[in-house]
Write a protein that binds this ligand. Structure first.
Ligand code: SF4
Ligand code: SF4
Length: 87
């Protein structure tokens, strides 16, 4: 049996196409309970999360974040909150 994947964009596509202006929600990295697990970096489909495992401080590049919320969904300690963007 064939197994087919439905793909609408290559991973990291936003790096060559700024997406920050169309995001309806953006993440807030609270950096309070962070354990430095790096899951937010691994799961971000656009590769725009950065941070320091040692300092347990993380953030993202708002110019290229598409507001998908995957980082917040995957954070095991709920240290990332999605908030609505006022337009
Ligand atoms: S919401 Fe999180 S996972 Fe989605 S693009 Fe932005 S930083 Fe990456
Ligand atoms: S997923 Fe959450 S706990 Fe893990 S590094 Fe990112 S912010 Fe920290």
């Amino acid at each position: 049996m064939d197994f087919k994947l439905g793909i609408i964009a290559l991973p990291g596509a936003a790096v060559s196409n700024k997406t920050g202006s169309f995001a309806n929600e953006v993440p807030v990295y609270k950096n309070k309970k962070c354990t430095g697990c790096d899951l937010c970096i691994y799961f971000c489909p656009e590769g725009v999360v950065y941070g320091s495992k040692k300092e347990k401080k993380y953030g993202y590049d708002p110019d290229y974040c598409k507001g998908c919320g995957i980082c917040a969904q995957e954070c095991p300690v709920d240290d990332i909150e999605m908030i609505l963007v006022e337009k």
